[in-house]
Design a protein around this ligand. Sequence first.
Ligand code: SF4
Ligand code: SF4
Length: 148
Amino acid sequence: MRALVDRVLKICEEVSSIGACAKCGKCCESPIFLPEDRERICKHLNISKTYFEKHLAGRKPCPFLENNICKIYSLRPIVCRIYPFQLFNHGLFLVGVGSCRLATEIYRKIYDENRIKSNIVKIPLIELEKFLHIKGANNRHMPKNKKF
Ligand code: SF4
Ligand code: SF4
């Protein structure tokens, strides 16, 4: 599973922007921080795990979202890095098709299809890799001209 996560992460990092993210912040409603995300964020922000658990974890929307921009973009959790893809035990899925503009655009590019049949679609990794060749993006909330 970890190898798959790394592969998807790499793919998402390699993908260049198609400018489809509406920066609506909808995907930051319920953040998921895995243990390694918590560790990385605490270390870089110099905060204790106790503080994180007490004041940041579980808050909705995400406490790191400000004016629909991620304040910890370079430290953001794995789940955020690969959104609008999600990895489950039974495969890789594209989520938010129809409600997330980026997901919808990716769906249309992969399947060359305007009619949306489902808001969650299982994606064979090969389809995602093919998508790289027609240029996609997972560049949400990237602030313009801002360095972290
Ligand atoms: S990735 Fe989708 S849901 Fe998230 S901000 Fe962009 S358009 Fe909105
Ligand atoms: S992208 Fe940033 S603001 Fe959005 S859920 Fe992830 S950590 Fe929070």
